[in-house]
Design a protein around this ligand. Structure first.
Ligand code: FAD
Length: 312
């Protein structure tokens, strides 16, 4: 077996043809980006989060979102983090809010507090039952995300983002039913969907085709997660129905004790993922930052997003 370049590549070199793995979209406008953070549990993690927010803020994201812990367990911390973003930055915050384990009145009260504090964008979700139990709607609560979207719209004219699942939500009876559910959420007043994390771009692009064919016109923004810890990510993905490609397992194989190489592999694979999406016309990206700025910062730069001066 030889490892020399193929005849085809040699011929292209000979003619001086530039071999680029992807079309470089010179002159194209940089994409819109958004970042997701989780509320910190300890003062040390809060310091880490704020360093992360400050670094990523220079890239002028469209908005930054703060998650709501499983079962609403981080309600106060989510609220405090979102409020601090309002008070100390000029970023536009989006607060995640879930239906799980709460009455409609309690959820509405949280939403009203956000609106009164100037937080006008909600990422509206059903949420999951804590500890891996199966989900059952609270008797007096919003049963599904579509109900929550409608409830929020009754309170105020929130901008609302919802979740979408290129690989189908694990509890959906079928991909078609799941797409109908996405449509219901958008029909109820949401104007954007962010996807569950995925690693196979074809799956995402086929999902966009299906959504378009179903009459969905709202933007469906890819949720991008740079993976540095393959084992941890594999556990998370198994729970949320995201498949981990075999090539990815192979790339990380044997790197458990080599954090630096894992970071380089993560940077390369995520950069490749977003550039392929960009080459396919995707112009909006949402990054799951895990409260760590460096990889996401570099990948945003690779997409053409540059730091901008702070507005006065
Ligand atoms: P829904 O849209 O309500 O759908 C849930 C399931 O129910 C689907 O299978 C759907 O097809 C089905 N369904 C919907 N309506 C009906 C109906 N009327 N009858 C029967 N079945 C129905 N979780 C958190 O706890 N906190 C977060 O901050 C958080 N942020 C997230 C951000 C993003 C971008 C994403 C993609 C997920 C996030 N999650 C979060 C996880 C999310 O809560 C779970 O994936 C949850 O299992 C589903 O939430 P959903 O809003 O998609 O639910």
């Amino acid at each position: 077996m030889t490892h020399s370049p193929s005849r085809d590549i040699l011929e292209r070199w000979a003619t001086g043809e530039r071999i680029a793995p992807l079309p470089v979209r010179e002159g194209a406008a940089p994409p819109a980006i958004s970042f997701e953070f989780f509320p910190p549990k300890t003062p040390a993690l809060e310091t880490q989060l704020w360093a992360c927010i400050q670094r990523l803020a220079t890239l002028r994201p469209n908005f930054v979102s703060v998650t709501y812990g499983a079962g609403g367990s981080t309600q106060e911390r989510t609220h405090a983090t979102v409020l601090r973003i309002v008070q100390e930055t000029d970023l536009t915050p989006a607060a995640h809010l879930t239906c799980v384990g709460a009455t409609r009145e309690a959820v509405d009260e949280v939403a009203r507090r956000y609106w009164d504090a100037g937080v006008k964008h909600i990422v509206a979700l059903r949420g999951d039952a804590p500890n891996g139990e199966s989900y059952a709607p609270h008797p007096g609560g919003y049963a599904f995300a579509a109900d929550l979207v409608a409830g929020l719209k009754r309170i105020a004219d929130f901008e609302i983002t919802v979740a979408a699942y290129p690989e189908t939500h694990p509890q959906a009876p079928s991909p078609e039913a799941d797409l109908d559910n996405l449509k219901r959420k958008l029909d109820a007043g949401a104007t954007r969907a962010i996807t569950q994390v995925f690693f196979d771009n074809d799956v995402f692009l086929r999902f966009l085709d299906r959504a378009l064919a179903a009459g969905i016109k709202a933007p469906i923004v890819p949720g991008i997660m740079p993976v540095t810890n393959f084992k941890q990510a594999a556990n998370f993905c198994a729970a949320c129905g995201t498949s981990m490609p075999k090539w990815m397992a192979e790339l990380f194989d044997g790197l458990d004790d080599d954090a630096e190489t894992r970071r380089m592999v993560a940077a390369a694979t995520t950069a490749e993922q977003v550039r392929v999406l960009q080459a396919n016309g995707i112009d909006e990206f949402h990054f799951y930052t895990l409260n760590r700025p460096d990889l996401v910062y570099a990948i945003s730069r690779i997409l053409g997003v540059k730091p901008q001066p702070q507005s006065e």
